[in-house]
Design a protein around this ligand. Structure first.
Ligand SMILES: NC(=O)c1ccc[n+]([C@@H]2O[C@H](COP(=O)([O-])OP(=O)(O)OC[C@H]3O[C@@H](n4cnc5c(N)ncnc54)[C@H](O)[C@@H]3O)[C@@H](O)[C@H]2O)c1
Length: 288
């Protein structure tokens, strides 16, 4: 039995579909109803902010895929309450119940403040681009702690863009080139579930990409062979330097617009104290 926490969300729904036939029994745990279930699925409502209910809901589970929480920028208090403490409750439940494998849905934004011309290894220093990313850094560090101290193994997937499809009118060059299809993400998740002795390993969750931002050698060593390529849909000739908006910061760093979102949701156009701000347009959501 595998638990999919956050299985009612955008990524969770796609993953459920792509995992059909590959996981014997899936227990979906989420705040909200996932809708119609297939034969091998069950569902229970769960708020990961509650430690006791999280432990109860995970009884009898062999491995956890954890995708629950806010998927974009939020006030720091909300990130700490849900993404940091909620994820801590998941790890703590695993420790109490003897569950030894967690697939952790992290984000490429943990290294969002690397410049676009630098190749980043998952083992290098993090450079978070938002409070959201700071929460993911905590999650990854906690995964390391729970491995070193308690032997709970984690396969950390720094997901790039798993929600805006390349054909979607809201997509831009960055979201297309950083896209991971559901079947490629499912490949990584299955590696995370089945590979023996994974320890605490981080990889980038991206399909084939023209961006040379991430050294994903470890994923390839483990057998990852992405089948899809979002940038086939790209119109821009110069994808490496193109930006989702013509803002200096978003175009310079790997995290794109996450690097420019200020505490009040405005988008900064320069990196200076007080800076110059502009209101985000409809397509510039503070997500993924
Ligand atoms: N969508 C992307 O492209 C992308 C990119 C990078 C990382 N991620 C990560 O993948 C995960 C899923 O992202 P998503 O886009 O599907 O987000 P989403 O908001 O669509 O789904 C998140 C799910 O978590 C559930 N949830 C939220 N708070 C909860 C709580 N307290 N208890 C239980 N369930 C709770 C929500 O109900 C929702 O179903 C997140 O961790 C996100 O940070 C997503």
């Amino acid at each position: 039995m595998v638990a999919l926490i956050g299985g009612s969300g955008r990524v969770g729904q796609r993953l459920r579909h792509a995992l059909r036939g590959r996981v014997r029994s899936l227990r979906i745990l989420d705040l909200v109803d996932p809708g119609a279930l297939s034969e091998n699925e069950s569902w229970s409502q769960l708020d990961i902010c509650d430690q006791a209910s999280t432990t109860d809901a995970l009884q009898g589970v062999e491995a956890i895929i954890h995708l629950a929480g806010f998927p974009g920028e939020r006030p720091i208090e909300e990130i700490i309450r849900v993404n940091v403490l909620g994820t801590h409750n998941v790890y703590e439940a695993a420790r109490r119940l003897g569950i030894s494998r967690i697939i952790l849905g992290s984000s490429n934004h943990v290294t969002g403040f690397y410049p676009r011309d630098q190749i980043v290894s998952p083992d290098g220093p993090m450079r978070p681009d938002s409070f959201y990313a700071l929460g993911k850094c905590w999650n990854e560090l906690e995964a390391g702690l729970y491995f070193e101290k308690f032997g709970i193994e984690s396969f950390i997937i720094r997901i790039a863009n798993a929600s805006i499809d390349p054909e979607d009118p809201r997509s831009d060059d960055r979201s297309r080139a950083t896209w991971i299809s559901a079947r490629d993400l499912a490949q990584l998740v299955v590696i995370g579930l089945e590979e023996p002795g994974i320890d605490c390993t981080a990889v980038y969750g991206v399909s084939q990409t023209p961006y040379e931002w991430w050294d994903n050698a470890r994923a390839y060593e483990l057998g990852y062979r992405p089948l899809d390529r979002g940038s086939d849909f790209t119109q821009s000739a110069n994808i490496q330097s193109s930006s989702p908006q013509n803002s200096h910061i978003a175009g310079k760093f790997q995290g794109g617009r996450f690097c420019s979102i200020d505490h009040d949701g405005t988008v900064r156009t320069r990196r200076s104290v007080g800076g110059t701000h502009s209101r985000p347009s409809g397509s510039e959501q503070n997500q993924t």
